[in-house]
Write a protein that binds this ligand. Structure first.
Ligand code: GLU
Length: 312
């Protein structure tokens, strides 16, 4: 666990406490994802929120230390890890425009010749994981090592039950991977890629872990140990793609309400970045019809409204 430093300003703690109190009074918080049993079993009343400041100080409210299934949130970290290695060449294999289609859609891929619209729909994330796998030989292991280092939590790991369940229900992801392979946009054997991707999605982490792991984007590319992962320009690129494509088919609404780069997952987690200031993570498993956490989006909306912080 990360220890809070004595120099911590914990500037946002009163705001978080107010948001937690307001959230507790709000009934009707969406429905947990039900495509795999492990997610369906989550209590929709769970709620946690954490802030990590640039110096690594982390604090939160509610269930902020409880691990949950990170799912598509991990797409941000694999994107950053691959971009750091191969730079702009990545963008020849995946685009950076919103798709306007569901996150697991196949239709666009055919008329765009196997190049997915962006790295945060499943097709795009499969391409990124494939390329990271080619470069490292263990994309999921690379992701886990990064998350452990940034969060300071060595016990962070994969949830084997979730990974197995994803695999059992993985026909659509397998179809996406095979289809892109037919266009020459996948390097690795499909079973190898899918195993890496499902383990990536299965990472269990808390709001505290994720806020800390996201802070490199608030530090314009600098990791917790002071080394640089991304150039300042690449960090801007990742934040921009989060803003425009990070919350499924509701990125416009998220930008309108929250005004920050963010990435959600069907486990009910969301990460968000205030560049130059802090990183946020919120979790509540009840989702809206677009797949974003109802209480999570509302909490981030309140955070930027109460603090006046946003990128706009
Ligand atoms: N494991 C999920 C899938 O690939 C990720 C869903 C999500 O969080 O968007 O279908």
């Amino acid at each position: 666990m990360v220890i809070m430093t004595m120099t911590s300003s914990r500037a946002f703690l009163p705001v978080l406490e107010r948001i937690a109190e307001e959230t507790g009074r709000t009934p009707g918080r969406g429905r947990p994802a039900d495509y795999i049993p492990a997610l369906a079993a989550c209590d929709p009343r769970s709620f946690g929120m954490a802030v990590a400041e640039l110096d690594g100080t982390v604090y939160g409210v509610g269930d902020w230390r409880q691990p949950f299934s990170t799912q598509s949130i991990t797409k941000v970290f694999t994107l950053a890890l691959d971009l750091a290695r191969e730079g702009d060449e990545l963008w020849e294999h995946v685009g950076r425009e919103p798709s306007g289609n569901p996150f697991n859609s196949l239709v666009q891929l055919e008329y765009e010749q196997g190049i997915p619209r962006n790295p945060f729909i499943n097709a795009g994330a499969l391409v990124v994981t494939d390329r990271l796998q080619t470069r490292t030989g263990d994309a999921a292991g690379e992701l886990l090592a990064f998350l452990r280092a940034e969060s300071g939590n060595a016990s962070l790991g994969f949830d084997q039950g979730v990974a197995a369940s994803e695999s059992q229900h993985g026909d659509r992801n397998a179809a996406l991977a095979h289809f892109m392979a037919s266009y020459g946009n996948i390097d690795n054997e499909i079973p190898v890629l899918l195993d890496q991707y499902f383990r990536q999605c299965s990472v269990a982490a808390s709001c505290a872990d994720l806020a800390l792991a996201t802070t490199f984007l608030a530090r314009h590319g600098i990791r917790a140990d002071g080394t640089r992962l991304l150039t300042r320009s690449q960090a801007k690129q990742v934040n921009a793609v989060m803003l425009t494509c990070g919350t499924y088919d509701a990125a416009g609404e998220f930008a309108y309400r929250v005004g920050l780069p963010g990435k959600s997952g069907v486990g009910g987690g969301i990460i968000a970045v205030v560049p130059g200031r802090c990183a946020l993570s919120v979790w509540s498993p009840g989702l809206d019809e677009r797949g974003n956490s109802v209480a999570g989006v509302a909490a981030l909306d309140r955070f930027t409204t109460l603090t006046g912080l946003s990128v706009f």
